[in-house]
Design a protein around this ligand. Structure first.
Ligand code: NAI
Length: 462
């Protein structure tokens, strides 16, 4: 009998969730993790620490810009950067220790070290080889590199370095107007850094609904972020602790240079599968470097599965978690299911941006007959009370059947509001189902209902 039923390689949101579910389903489970703490990129150097800094910097922004409007007088607080970083580290620590507790509770073995797969059914960690009936590769992703730009994590940083800068830079160039660039760019802009975002495409957040992209960029500009669009970064150099970033404008091929105290490279991430030995085993890969899996997350080698950022699909913690739970079910002989059509995406700026399902652009491209219900947060009393009347909810529904096809929100608590629509979509809801559901007043959620009403006889407050 093998030592373990399952060995999961990687303790990020995909891996640790998979392990907990495996244990709950009665499988003897181990997780290989080489970091000092559990939780992977997300908990240690990604989602969680960035949210702590977003919260802290947003609170400062509120104090500077909105307190006086509410009759709260007095000087805005000053920033104690080391203390802010310590708060962020404390939040990270609480979360990573929480996973350790869950591992103990579920009797999951933590094999400390970096794992590799010397043969099917075998996982090597340090000098020890462990046996498992099933192996789940959940090794995540790492920042992708940019030609001509050498990351030193001091002056030229990835998201990892951006979370531990020794001091708040006066100027920062962000390469890439994707999720990471805009979230961390927002943090530093609120803390007083002059942030310039250089983006290759003509719109920010590629793949998002076009109207959301435009509103989002306008609101970020209002917050002080500068954008240089249609610009391909050619390289970056560091001299005397300062950086020079060279970019070429696509429209006329002209070149220009930006000086900055810090450069954040946020041009995407790539699967992290180095050192696993998958190539030697003959595990098939996708052309873009992801592990290839079938509909049950199994690779072409029986008993070796892969999930999360290491395989195709959106690089999102919750997508990895869903796959983790599903693959655990499959291994336990049950049915595992992930609905890839209903995976929300959230950007945790202020306002938040949240999206699920098809964009209007996608529906047009598919030649689908659809209707749009849109409601501006300006018509939502609760949003106005907290100075967040910017933005809107846009609901897309099938023109004939009224079935919800997608939803795009920019505004207060968008990342929470989107889930009403996710649940609706899972149940095959029509816009009318949302419109006929009583929503408490006064809540931001009323804006979602109003957008649903706008798909029918019309919103009330617009
Ligand atoms: P991204 O793929 O979201 O955006 C990268 C941007 O860089 C694109 O707009 C691209 O056009 C631009 N770019 C690429 N090369 C360039 C060049 N040479 N010059 C100028 N611009 C260039 O990647 P990002 O922001 O690094 O995020 C990586 C992954 O992490 C994404 O899949 C994202 O979904 C995920 N993530 C998700 C978060 C969330 O859900 N809130 C938070 C942070 C990351």
């Amino acid at each position: 009998m093998a030592e373990f039923d399952v060995i999961v390689i990687g303790a990020g949101p995909g891996g640790y969730v998979c392990a907990i579910r495996c244990a709950q389903l009665g499988l003897k489970t181990a997780v290989v993790e080489g970091r000092e703490t559990l939780g992977g990129t997300c908990l240690n150097v990604g989602c969680i620490p960035s949210k702590a800094l977003l919260h802290a910097s947003h609170s400062l922004h509120e104090a500077e810009h909105n307190f006086a409007r509410m009759g709260l007088k007095g000087k805005a607080p000053s920033v104690d950067w080391p203390a802010m970083l310590a708060y962020k580290d404390e939040v990270v620590g609480q979360n990573t220790k929480g996973i350790e507790f869950l591992f103990k509770k579920n009797k999951i073995t933590w094999l400390k070290g970096w794992g590799s797969v010397p043969a099917p059914g075998k996982v090597k960690v340090g000098d020890e080889v462990h046996e498992a009936r099933n192996i789940v590769v959940a090794t995540g992703s790492e920042p992708s590199s940019l030609p001509g730009v050498t990351v030193d994590e001091k002056v030229i940083v990835t998201s990892t370095g951006a979370l531990v800068l020794p001091k708040i830079p006066k100027t920062m160039v962000v390469i890439g107007a994707g999720v990471i660039g805009l979230e961390l760019g927002s943090v530093y802009a609120r803390l007083g850094t002059k942030v310039t975002v250089v983006e290759y495409l003509d719109a920010i957040t590629p793949g998002m609904d076009g109207e959301v992209q435009k509103t989002f960029q306008r609101l970020l500009k209002k917050q002080g972020l500068d954008f240089i669009m249609g610009a391909a970064v050619q390289g970056a150099t560091v001299k005397g602790g300062k950086a020079k970033v060279t970019y070429r404008l696509r429209k006329d091929d002209s070149e220009a240079v930006l000086d900055a105290d810090c450069v954040l490279v946020a041009t995407g991430r790539k699967p992290f599968t180095d050192g696993l030995g998958l190539g030697a085993l003959g595990v098939e890969m996708e052309p873009r470097g992801q592990v290839r899996t079938d509909a049950h997350w199994q690779t072409n080698i029986k008993g070796i599965y892969a999930i999360g950022d290491a395989i195709a699909g959106p690089m999102l913690a919750h997508k990895a978690e869903d796959e983790g739970m599903a693959v655990a079910a499959v291994i336990a002989g049950r049915h595992g299911h992930v609905n890839y059509g209903v995976i929300p995406g959230v950007i945790y700026t202020t306002p938040e941006v949240a999206t699920v399902g098809k964009t209007e652009e996608q529906l047009k491209e598919e030649g689908r007959a659809y209707k749009v219900g849109k409601f501006a947060f300006m018509g939502n009393g609760r949003a106005k009370a907290v100075f967040q009347g910017d933005g809107f909810v846009k609901l897309l529904a099938d023109k004939e059947t009224d079935r919800i096809l997608g939803c795009h929100i920019i505004g207060p608590a968008a990342g929470e509001l989107i889930h009403e629509i996710c649940v609706g979509m899972e149940f095959g809801a029509a816009a009318e189902d949302i419109a006929l559901t009583c929503h408490a007043h006064p809540t931001f959620s009323e804006a979602v209902r109003e957008a649903a009403l706008a798909c029918g006889d019309g919103a009330i407050h617009s």
